[in-house]
Design a protein around this ligand. Structure first.
Ligand code: 5GP
Ligand code: MG
Length: 481
């Protein structure tokens, strides 16, 4: 047993040295060292580094433990361990009973029983710590301590490779650049405490926003080691580094939560947390087309392709460009009914130069081989000698647009350009010139923001993909206006 352990340690060190001597990046080197340590110790392993001000510990790399707890929970809990300050190893066989652990409950929640911290020394100064966490009680033998100390030295060498001599002298390391970039694992609860939480989680999923339910308990008050008050926010959104607490209708609870939140912000000023009131929550749902305040329903939509704010951003950018390009030309903007409606309405309100507005309507009828476009309402304004901008919702095969452009060209405009919100280039049959494009869309039928499926969904504020069987798609693509 002892011998095989030794062999494992030896192998891990040999690998680490080999990578150190390779052209791998500092991050890759650290990753090999941490992985080797975790495997050999059969324990969770994490490397924490002091920030440039030597005030805060920054999580750098970890293996074999819930990423979330390492980054957000345990790390804070053991900020009080002294190895980084004293440069001496610290062994904690019983996390739950040790006064050196500031928040034993947090470690316990992560399933940690014992831990060890070995300082990472660079030029005689501790710059961080290599920490070992075990789920079973462990006293850590001399052999263990020696092995981890060696791995910590190797980690220091990996870090020193990215330092200039000057920085090294000053003990300054760019810890922020040595941080692991793998995403957090999603923690899915079996049950939610409240239906509104489940609804909220569904919305986050719908928008592809990563979330963690009840990620962490913040300790608010304690007497010695006894915790007298904690607060567990409902959600954490790693992408926004934001905690969210949903409130129910009860005003009595809201007051208490507000007080706790104030205390939390005092104790953990680096934590971003938002309290979502019932009213705000309903507004949020409505924005996404669901809930009691929603005018539209997003039922039957499998996913959102472009959110309200994404569309808004693109429309503003297009309007800026058009305003610039047509500064002295007083263009006529022409839309083709009816899919262009939302796009055109938003677009023209962001355009800062004088414009004229006109509309056309078309229908499709079946010809010999395929459907043919027919103009059912022509433009009212005189186009001859004017600068014309065609506004389209989506250009698919290009057949419709090609027909309309030919029709307009015959009227003798000074210039003719096309502004389309969506461009599905993969299905193009006729090559039509597009001057302003909102988004290039994938080969999927889309609805919302003016676009319909059998007249439904036009009033959705976002663009989404409805659930329709594939074989139907081909048919409907050309029936719409
Ligand atoms: P095209 O002639 O370029 O093939 O088709 C243009 C018209 O077909 C568009 O103006 C639009 O009305 C309709 N269309 C094409 N693709 C879609 C789509 O994904 N969703 C919806 N609702 N209409 C589409
Ligand atoms: Mg159209």
């Amino acid at each position: 047993m002892a011998l095989s352990r030794q062999r494992t340690y030896y192998k891990a060190m040999r690998r680490a040295v080999a990578t150190l001597n390779s052209s791998a990046s500092a991050k890759e080197k650290l990753e090999v060292i941490i992985r080797g340590t975790a495997r050999s110790m059969k324990a969770g392993t994490s490397l924490v580094l002091l920030d440039a001000n030597r005030k805060k510990l920054i999580h750098s790399f970890s293996r074999g433990l819930s990423q979330f707890y390492l980054r957000k929970g345990v790390l804070d809990a053991e900020a009080s361990l002294s190895e980084v300050i004293t440069g001496q190893p610290v062994i904690v066989p019983e996390v739950a009973e040790d006064s050196r652990i500031q928040f034993p409950e947090v470690a316990a929640k992560a399933g940690i029983v014992s831990m060890m911290g070995i300082p990472v020394m660079l030029g005689g100064q501790a710059v961080g710590s290599l920490r070992i966490y075990t789920k079973e009680r462990n006293e850590f033998s001399n052999q263990d301590v020696n092995f981890v100390t060696t791995m910590a030295s190797l980690a220091a060498l990996a870090i020193s490779g990215v330092l200039s001599p000057k920085e090294e002298e000053a003990g300054v390391i760019k810890s922020e650049n040595l941080v692991e970039t793998t995403p957090l694992r999603k923690v899915r609860p079996a049950t939610f405490a409240h239906p509104s939480e489940e609804e909220f989680a569904r919305i986050l999923d719908f928008y592809n926003i990563e979330w963690v339910y009840e990620p962490r308990s913040f300790l608010l008050k304690w007497e010695g080691e006894r915790v007298t008050e904690m607060f567990t926010p409902d959600f954490y959104l790693p992408g926004l580094d934001l905690y969210i607490e949903l409130t129910t209708l009860k005003q009595s609870l809201v007051t208490g939560k507000n007080r706790k939140l104030r205390r939390l912000k005092e104790l953990y000023p680096e934590v971003n947390i938002t309290l979502l009131y019932k009213k705000d929550y309903d507004h949020l749902l409505a924005k996404y087309g669901v809930g009691p305040l929603a005018q539209t329903r997003a039922h039957g939509i499998s996913r959102v392709l472009y959110s309200v704010s994404e569309i808004d951003g693109r429309v503003r950018a297009l309007a800026r460009q058009i305003s610039k390009d047509y500064a002295d030309r007083h263009p006529i903007m022409v839309g083709v009914q009816r899919g262009f409606l939302c796009f055109m309405a938003d677009l023209i309100r962001q355009i800062t130069i004088p414009i004229d507005l006109d509309f056309m309507a078309i229908s499709y009828y079946s010809g010999d081989e395929s459907s043919v476009v027919k103009i059912t309402k022509d433009m009212d304004l005189n186009v001859a000698g004017r600068h014309v901008i065609m506004v389209e919702d989506i250009v698919d095969t290009g057949i419709t647009l090609n027909y309309i452009l030919n029709h307009l060209r015959a009227k003798g405009p000074a210039s003719l350009s096309v502004c389309t919100l969506l461009d599905r280039r993969v299905r193009r049959i006729l090559d039509v010139p597009l001057d302003y494009i909102g988004f290039e869309v994938p080969d999927e039928f889309v609805v919302g923001y003016g676009l319909d499926y059998r007249e439904e969904y036009r009033n959705l504020p976002f663009i989404g993909i409805p659930r329709i069987e594939k074989k139907r798609r081909k048919k409907i693509g050309r029936q719409k206006d």
